[in-house]
Design a protein around this ligand. Structure first.
Ligand code: HEC
Length: 102
């Protein structure tokens, strides 16, 4: 398997197409909502911003949903503002994408 420039494994031959589409959509979302700005381009985090890359998909999804419904309180309000315009299906795509980042 040949690594792709975006850091995701190249799985064009083995992944069902919808998964590839999710990853593309999530990448676009993460740029649009500047996830990569605070969490760094490689999602490794910095200072008070946690690492996202390679975390468990269900954990990431739970965290995002928690920020949205206020069941998870951050140390600051940054994430609540970020998730405000996002939909649940966006969280699913983002969690999928981030959990597979190296
Ligand atoms: C303005 C800066 C900022 C932006 C933009 C941002 N984040 Fe965050 N994120 C944070 C901070 C700060 C935390 C830690 C908050 C806390 O105290 O819980 C965090 C926490 C998280 C967590 C919880 C991680 C963990 O290990 O508990 C997830 C998941 C997450 N962010 C995903 C995202 C995604 C996806 C995006 C883009 C849609 C995004 N973030 C955009 C600053 C940001």
């Amino acid at each position: 398997m040949r690594p792709t420039p975006n850091g995701l494994d190249s799985c064009t031959n083995c992944c069902p197409r919808p998964l590839l589409i999710s990853a593309e959509k999530a990448r676009a979302l993460s740029q649009q909502h500047r996830c990569n700005f605070c969490h760094q381009a490689n999602y490794a985090g910095q200072e008070n911003v946690p690492r996202l890359a390679g975390q468990r998909e269900d954990y990431l999804l739970k965290a995002l949903r928690g920020y949205k419904d206020n069941s998870r309180r951050g140390y600051d309000a940054q994430m609540s503002e970020v998730v405000y315009p996002l939909k649940d299906e966006d969280f699913v795509d983002l969690a999928y994408f981030l959990a597979r980042m190296k």
